[in-house]
Design a protein around this ligand. Structure first.
Ligand code: SF4
Ligand code: SF4
Length: 338
């Protein structure tokens, strides 16, 4: 199946006119993000990645999970939030789409997180295969390619003629496409066969080294020296999912809020006693790497990183997760083993 660029524009704009919420990759002054669209003309498909991921459309950065108010003495009204509206997310890159099934594991593990799951059920993902990468991309090192379709409802791949081949992957995608089938042509063109970045490290070696070096190792202090614990890497990452629950309000009314949190923050693991088991930035960075490449695969069978490179591209001190992984994979690290 095929859709021309003009038909793709009309396809997306038909949703917008129908009152559906559609978000897509938009370039702002110094950054880019997935933003609600007013028109297809705002979409910038030449971006390798928007600065911010689509995570916030599934796992809100800040949301009220209940509100409360005192009506009279000893009586409290508790109100649940409204169900979220579903959005059509257009222009998602393949590695980012893989982040949704990876995050499903933790949000359905010991507790079904209904705030996340309702959005997962309603949101529709239209992904577009990559045609280029930069020096920060490493999807192929974590088992993903520019043509990976996991996590997408509809997958588009640019053809040599400049149109898009269309793959429908889920019932949600099928329903969406059926309503607008007049835009789709029943013919094929050869898609651009982009191979993606070269493989940069061996993920099994990384995991095996981490398994035996979860404790102190001189390499951590050395390689994490530039990290200032700002948390940008975790907030931009499509797979980081830590949050905190806080009550905000006063004696009359208020809300219970779920807010993003980050293992890179100095206060993240401070105990009530004042003790902090991760009292240095190197321990906090080690935790981030070990969680993504050892603990999460161990518990859920998936690496908690899709190789999008955002954490490297936008780190204010040029810390590079990729360089850390390459360093761990290097034979030299074996010489430092205790
Ligand atoms: S690695 Fe970079 S972005 Fe992440 S906490 Fe450290 S300084 Fe901030
Ligand atoms: S850890 Fe970095 S490269 Fe991996 S998914 Fe998160 S932002 Fe992307």
């Amino acid at each position: 199946m095929l859709i021309t660029l003009n038909n793709l524009k009309t396809f997306i704009e038909t949703f917008i006119k129908d009152g559906r919420s559609v978000v897509g990759p938009v370039k702002e002054d110094n950054y880019s993000l997935y933003k609600p669209l007013k028109s297809f003309d705002e979409v910038n498909l030449s971006l390798i990645y928007p600065t911010k991921s689509t995570k916030e459309y599934f796992f809100a950065d800040n949301e009220s999970i209940l509100t409360y108010s005192w009506t009279e003495k000893n009586k409290i009204n508790i109100t649940d939030p409204k169900d979220p509206e579903g959005v059509v997310i257009f222009g998602v890159r393949p590695c980012e789409a893989v982040s949704y099934p990876i995050m499903d594991k933790v949000f359905t593990w010991d507790y079904n997180d209904e705030f996340y799951l309702k959005r997962r059920e309603k949101n529709i993902i239209i992904s577009v295969a990559c045609e280029k990468c930069d020096e920060f991309c490493f999807c192929t090192s974590v088992g993903i390619t520019p043509q990976t379709t996991e996590g997408s409802d509809i997958f588009l791949q640019k053809t040599l003629e400049g149109n898009y081949s269309v793959q429908v992957l889920t019932e949600k995608g099928k329903t969406l496409l059926t309503s607008l089938s007049s835009f789709i042509e029943d013919r094929d063109e050869k898609p651009i066969d982009y191979k993606g970045p070269d493989k940069k490290f061996d993920i099994t070696q990384i995991r095996s080294w981490l398994e035996s070096h979860w404790d102190e190792h001189p390499i951590w202090a050395k390689i994490t020296l530039p990290c200032i614990g700002c948390g940008v890497c975790t907030y931009l990452c499509p797979t980081c999912h830590c949050f905190d629950i806080v009550d905000e309000g006063n004696l009359k009314d208020g809300c219970r809020c779920k807010n993003w949190d980050a293992c890179q923050f100095a206060m993240f693991t401070v105990h009530a006693s004042g003790h902090n088991p991760r009292d240095t930035q190197s321990k906090r960075f080690r935790q981030r790497v070990a969680h993504k490449f050892d603990y999460y695969p161990d518990k859920f069978g998936r690496t908690l990183c899709v190789g999008c490179g955002r954490c490297i591209r936008h780190c204010p001190t040029d810390m590079s997760l990729l360089n850390v992984l390459i360093t761990i994979d290097k034979p030299i690290i074996k010489l430092l083993n205790r």
